[in-house]
Design a protein around this ligand. Structure first.
Ligand code: SF4
Length: 79
């Protein structure tokens, strides 16, 4: 979700009212998690689920795989 479309976005200050960050790329999400921790990433960010999985000890396996017949993206992670 883009911040400009979110009701929690303060257009005057150009900041999130909740103090969250919404990186647009996977690398950006990794950098934010390393600098500020995974709780600083917005709940609606596309990369947050992967960050939380890695934070819990799972490995990054490369690009995400898609299961046929399921619309949601699933990560193929080994524990
Ligand atoms: S960081 Fe998340 S909650 Fe905050 S304005 Fe952006 S989309 Fe909304």
């Amino acid at each position: 979700m883009r911040c400009s479309d979110c009701p929690r976005f303060d257009e005057g200050k150009a900041l999130c009212k909740d103090g969250k960050l919404n990186p647009g790329s996977r690398q950006g999400a990794i950098d934010v998690a390393q600098q500020f921790g995974p709780r600083s990433i917005c709940m609606m960010n596309d990369h947050r689920e992967m960050i939380v999985d890695v934070w819990q000890g799972n490995q990054i396996e490369g690009k995400p795989t898609r299961r046929p017949h399921t619309p949601t993206r699933r990560w193929n992670l080994e524990i």
